[in-house]
Design a binder for this molecule. Structure first.
Ligand code: F0G
Length: 463
């Protein structure tokens, strides 16, 4: 029988199209110089294929667009809020559902209430805004992902898993009273979009229970994580994806969520918590800085779109297509000899810049150099996840510590690009690979003290 899934066929057809910018190499060179060799500074009109992020870049479905027309923009008690609350509770199961306009606000609201100087927050790998929001409140953000996550070639099926010994050591060293909560990021974005198994989450929850430490999920890509559990974890094959997600979240006490990922919307997020006291403290601050508790910085129509997105994102046909598209990009890159982080993640491919440009040392930002070359070659915009994002002076010795991986992330917006777009991306990567010896590193011209990768300007160094 002919099965659509065997062809990686998109489970949708296209109802509206958006023209993409086509540029010349000269225009790209000028744009890059003007942007200070920081791809965040590029106008999107200069970008042909934008793989900067999968966040807020999804194409909404006709059902979601129709939902926008049902927006109830009442200041208090919007009916869309109740739909949203029901959709969130149905999957995540937590008592209090606090809408925010994006994920980092959920982090900021909670962390500013419950994290203080001297506190330690373990995670498999903190995302940059998570780390920054913890550190901004005087806390210490510690990554406890399994050692195998740091080997780009290791095909471990659950490379997002927490290392339980490392977690225990981190808690013992800090003292359990100084660990207000522990996080688990599903999938683990900073570690390559890698999933966490149900078994690992269960073990983490068990360990934390012994210490009385709450577990919070960073749930941005929970549906992609559920898909990997179903595909890769023993005993989970063919299980309902909503059930997998519910079991996962049932192990914890709450979550932060950027709906800009697996909510399939362009803006939105939430914080969901079981603890009444935490929820009350956060809600008081929410009213001060974000909005009334039934809209939290969003329009009623946005809440409706999220409620509908959360239903669509767990459809097996969608997730098969989604994760399959990422896997087929990986396959194309492998065939072209491009070194990538294995196995491919749920939302992105990570080019191994250290393997791609072995002659460029970490101090010269090999991943940033590669990201710039890829833009020059084909107008393809990825993002550096390496020393520009993460290298920082050690708080005790002052010596600069570099991250263990130098990566360029090519994140795939959901339901946006076709296979022909991705073949073009592979061709651009291949061309850059062919002339890699001519590519030098970079140096920073100007930088900010926090989250510097967003605004720093750089210049290329000779090869
Ligand atoms: N946590 C994770 C794991 C994330 O990937 C992100 C955002 C956030 C929290 C913050 O959410 O952007 O809605 O405030 N990641 C985007 C990215 C920006 O490109 O990976 P936000």
């Amino acid at each position: 029988m002919t099965e659509p899934a065997d062809f990686g066929m998109e489970p949708f057809r296209i109802k509206a199209v958006e023209a993409i910018p086509l540029t010349t190499r000269r225009e790209r060179r000028d744009a890059l110089e003007k942007a200070g060799y920081n791809l965040f500074n590029l106008p999107s009109d200069a970008v042909t294929i934008d793989l900067l992020t999968d966040s807020g870049t999804s194409a909404m479905s006709d059902v979601q667009w129709a939902g926008l027309m049902l927006g109830d923009e009442s200041y208090a008690g919007s009916r869309n809020y109740y739909r949203f609350e029901e959709a969130v509770r149905g999957i995540f199961g937590y008592e209090h559902v606090i809408p925010t306009h994006q994920g980092r606000v959920a982090e900021n609201l909670l962390f500013s209430r419950v994290v203080g100087p001297g506190d330690t927050i373990p995670n498999n790998s903190h995302f940059d805004t998570t780390r920054a929001n913890i550190e901004n409140n005087g806390g210490r953000a510690v990554d406890c992902v399994i050692e195998r996550a740091y080997d780009p070639a290791d095909p471990h099926p659950f490379k997002g898993n927490m290392d339980l010994d490392r977690l225990r050591e981190t808690i013992e060293e800090a003292g359990p009273d100084n660990v207000p909560f522990c996080m688990l990021t599903i999938t683990n974005n900073s570690g390559g979009g890698q999933p966490v198994s149900l078994a690992n989450a269960r073990a983490v929850a068990g360990l934390l229970e012994g210490y009385g430490i709450p577990l919070l999920f960073d749930a941005c890509r929970f549906a992609e994580n559920a898909w990997f559990v179903r595909e890769r974890e023993q005993g989970q094959e063919g299980r309902d994806l909503g059930e997998i997600a519910r079991e996962m979240f049932g192990l914890g006490d709450g979550c932060t969520m950027s709906a800009k990922k697996d909510g399939l919307v362009n803006i939105g997020g939430f914080l969901a918590l079981n603890d009444d006291e935490w929820a009350e403290r956060v809600t008081r601050l929410l009213v001060l800085v974000e909005g009334f508790p039934t809209y939290g910085g969003l329009a009623g129509r946005d809440l409706e779109a999220i409620a509908r997105g959360l239903e669509e994102v767990l459809e097996p046909a969608y997730l098969r297509y989604r994760v399959g598209q990422v896997a087929s990009l990986a396959e194309g890159l492998r065939d072209a000899g491009v070194p990538i982080l294995e196995p491919p993640g749920g939302h992105a491919i990570y080019l191994d810049a250290a393997g791609f440009l072995p002659h460029v040392p970490p101090e010269e930002f090999p991943a940033q150099a590669l990201a710039c070359e890829l833009y020059l070659e084909g107008g393809v915009r990825g993002v550096e996840i390496g020393s520009l994002m993460f290298a920082a002076p050690d708080s005790e010795t002052g010596e600069v510590r570099h991250p263990r991986l130098e990566l360029v992330r090519l994140a795939l917006p959901r339901r946006v690009y076709t296979d022909a777009h991705l073949r073009y991306v592979v061709a651009a990567c291949r061309r850059v690979l062919e002339r890699r010896e001519e590519i030098g590193g970079m140096e920073i011209v100007d930088t900010a003290p926090v989250l510097r990768h967003f605004t720093a300007t750089l210049r290329p160094l000779p090869a």
